[in-house]
Design a protein around this ligand. Structure first.
Ligand code: DUC
Ligand code: ZN
Ligand code: ZN
Ligand code: ZN
Length: 465
């Protein structure tokens, strides 16, 4: 007797698409085959795809975002939204404030997440203060405890590292076996351009995109890759928005470097013109790097198709629009530079790629699975996730490829008050989601409880030598 059997579905992994029943016991997949014996619970997946649950390895939840600014999602609403979007695991960031110990930051996020999660969760670190004790003692101890990746920033006054700090931090990653993720934008160039725009009285949301042009990202991408080459360490280039940055990744790979590229829905679906909305509505699309234009969208699609990108993540970083602690905070109403950076998207990530990618013939279903689950698990050391095979966690999403929806924020589950994709028509939606053998969403209805999702310690990235 199984705990759960999923019958008659079309199973897709990063390698294959095949018909099989899936037998689940004690939270794991224990059998794949035809005509499996009975389960205590049974799901008929006739006409549906059964995919590994999505893993979104780039989300921000409950992250401090500046004075009098509040992120729209905590671990309850953020993971609930992720769940309804077909995800069973998310990797949020644990931000080290300047002067704070890394361990303390990790403890605070654990307290914040405890008992609230609807999906599994595993933290990346953000290192903003790379002191010798942080790099020499704290980081190795945290890596040993399963926090095997961290992000560093080349932009934002209170987060950015200079080149010497980047080298030291990358070297610490090399020594400890952690994987480095880099946010590539040149802060000094951005500040220069912000100064020029403000002097000219150009303070509308669109100026956000104009002060972070492609060259700002390309230069920083080139520099990050050069520094990684010097240290001899693999890197993840996160949220890549354009063809020139993509070419930097290609060139580094041609030199023999190990580079993981990540892109996000906003770089496939939005453009800088979206920041031009009336009545400051453009603030809804302010994120960094900013969306570009149609040609750069095409470059990002090509990058997904040909393998420059291994990861497709949401970079869910939600702020409410009509809110004094959100996009329309008092200072944000007077200049683009005070509009918090980031947009919601954890629930719409998978349906957008399924519809625009798989249904429109741009990518295959196995490529979809690789980009949304399998590669995230391998890149970040989630050993039993991202696939459908015997022994793996029974984290599954059952998709109805016929379901047509128009994206409306009112139907989503995040804590923001808008979706950047409002009105987008998509085909295909995850209707049933299973976490560790527990049915969490059944035919669009929530049946799971908060706290079912747990923290997952990770092993060493498979990208590392
Ligand atoms: N970088 C992110 O990864 N997310 C939101 C804002 C940012 O700059
Ligand atoms: Zn259980
Ligand atoms: Zn970033
Ligand atoms: Zn992010």
């Amino acid at each position: 007797m199984f705990d759960l059997v999923i019958r008659n579905g079309t199973v897709a992994t990063a390698a294959d698409v095949f018909k099989a029943d899936i037998g689940i016991r004690a939270g794991r997949i224990v059998q794949l085959g035809e005509g499996l014996e009975k389960g205590v619970e049974e799901i008929d997946a006739t006409g549906r795809f059964v995919l590994p649950g999505g893993i979104d390895s780039h989300v921000h939840l409950s992250q401090p975002s500046g004075d009098n600014i509040a992120m729209a999602d905590d671990f309850a609403s953020g993971t609930l939204s992720a769940l309804f979007g077909g995800n069973t695991c998310v990797l949020p960031f644990c931000l080290q404030q300047k002067g704070q110990s890394l361990r303390k930051a990790v403890q605070l996020y654990h307290e914040e997440a405890a008992g609230k999660c609807y999906t599994d969760v595993s933290f990346h670190l953000i290192i903003s203060d790379p002191t010798p004790s942080v790099l020499g003692q704290e980081l190795p101890a945290l890596v040993a405890d399963g926090y095997t990746s961290f992000k560093i920033f080349m932009t934002y006054e209170n987060l950015r590292l200079n080149d010497a700090e980047i080298l030291a931090t990358m070297d610490a990653a090399r020594r400890t076996g952690a994987l480095v993720m880099v946010h590539c934008e040149n802060e000094d160039a951005i500040r220069y351009l912000i100064g020029r725009h403000e002097e000219a009285g150009d303070v509308k949301p669109k100026a956000h995109a104009m002060t972070r042009p492609v060259a700002v990202e390309r230069e920083a991408t080139h520099r990050a890759l050069s520094l990684a080459e010097i240290v001899d360490v693999p890197v993840v280039i996160v949220h890549v928005s354009n063809g020139q940055a993509i070419n930097e990744i290609r060139a580094a790979r041609m030199r023999g470097q190990r580079v993981v590229g990540e892109t996000c829905p906003q770089y496939l679906m939005l453009t800088a013109d979206d920041l031009d909305g009336m009545n400051w509505e453009g603030a809804k699309f302010v994120c960094s790097p900013p969306p570009r234009d149609k040609d750069e969208q095409a470059a990002c699609w090509l990058g997904l198709q040909e393998g420059v990108f291994d990861l497709y993540s949401s970079d869910h970083c939600p702020f409410r629009y009509n809110d004094p602690k959100g996009k329309l905070n008092p200072r944000g109403r007077s200049s683009f530079r005070h509009i918090p950076n980031g947009i919601p998207g954890v629930e719409t990530r998978l349906p957008i790629l399924f519809s625009e990618g798989v249904m429109k013939g741009r990518i295959t279903l196995p490529r979809f699975v690789a980009l949304t689950a399998t590669n995230h698990a391998r890149t970040y050391g989630l050993e039993r996730k991202g696939g459908i095979a015997i022994g793996m966690d029974a984290d599954l999403a059952i998709w109805d490829p016929e379901e047509r929806r128009t994206i409306r924020h009112a139907d989503l589950h995040d804590g923001a008050d808008y979706s950047p994709y409002e009105g987008l028509e998509v085909q295909g939606w995850p209707t049933t989601v299973i976490l560790g053998g527990h049915t969490m969403v059944n035919e669009g209805q929530l049946v799971g409880t908060p706290g079912t999702g747990r923290h997952v310690a990770r092993t060493r990235s498979q990208v590392l030598p």
